[in-house]
Design a protein around this ligand. Structure first.
Ligand SMILES: Nc1ncnc2c1ncn2[C@@H]1O[C@H](COP(=O)(O)OP(=O)(O)OP(=O)(O)O)[C@@H](O)[C@H]1O
Length: 226
């Protein structure tokens, strides 16, 4: 698949696949094109060439609404919650059923305690939980999460990743984008490294070599020079 902005090319022939109940980790430095890949997968940016398939069906021409009807959900960088609305109001946008909201509160008491406060006043970790927790009640077919651990304390990152693991167990296909690889590697089945809009390596997690991680962090090739 090729994609970019205003006729310019950002992704040069990047082909990715993720199956139900699997996690594909997309890693790469700033500007590699990870967010662009998420946008194309979610239907927010049309591919310039190539196809997007969902469940074997050609969804290339579907926009974001069509993709979301097909079960594709994008959790964007910056959480994707409504900061001026309360926790309860945010949950109600996704879960119209009060019982489902009650199940979220049972599972995440911190959200229950603060259900009437504006979501924007929550900590980053609580906001991320608010964005992801309702998905456990209605697991999407595909979840694309762009840097779900961005700016979170390590303990909270563990919580977020535990939740993502539950979604995988529920059969969701996960495309997870991270700049730093440590946590994601614990969950990933397949790892893809993106560098300057091209896949530099893609394969099973067990076959990832430590040098590749350094490359992904720094956006440079390692090879002996200091
Ligand atoms: N809306 C846009 N219009 C034009 N160019 C863009 C736009 N968004 C991103 N780009 C460019 O596309 C390239 C890839 O950006 P992208 O955000 O996909 O990378 P990324 O790997 O997600 O980086 P980061 O980790 O910083 O979010 C960059 O050169 C960026 O400047």
């Amino acid at each position: 698949m090729r994609a970019g902005y205003d006729g310019g090319v950002v992704l040069h022939g990047v082909d990715l696949a993720v199956r139900p109940g699997e996690v594909l980790a997309l890693l790469g430095p700033n500007g590699a094109g990870k967010t662009t890949a998420c946008r194309v997968a979610a239907g927010l940016l049309p591919a310039q060439a190539g196809t997007v398939r969902i469940g074997g069906r050609d969804a290339t021409r579907d926009g974001a609404v069509g993709r979301s009807r097909a079960g594709v959900l994008l959790a964007p960088e910056g959480r994707g919650i409504f900061p001026a609305l309360s926790i309860e109001e945010n949950l109600a946008l996704f879960l119209t059923d009060a019982q489902a909201r009650a199940a979220v509160y049972d599972r995440f008491p911190r959200l229950a305690e603060r259900r009437t406060v504006a979501a924007g006043s929550l900590s980053g970790g609580e906001q991320q939980m608010l964005a992801l927790a309702p998905l456990l009640q209605r697991p999407p077919g595909v979840l694309i999460a762009d840097e779900p651990s961005l700016g979170l304390a390590p303990r909270v990152v563990d919580e977020v990743y535990a939740l993502l693991g539950e979604l995988r167990a529920a059969g969701t296909a996960l495309l997870l984008v991270e700049e730093k690889a440590a946590e994601i590697l614990g969950l990933a089945d397949t790892v893809a490294f993106l560098s300057q809009g091209r896949l530099s390596w893609c394969g099973p997690r067990a076959e990832v070599e430590p040098d590749r991680l350094t490359e992904a962090y720094l956006g440079i090739a390692t090879g002996g020079n200091p």
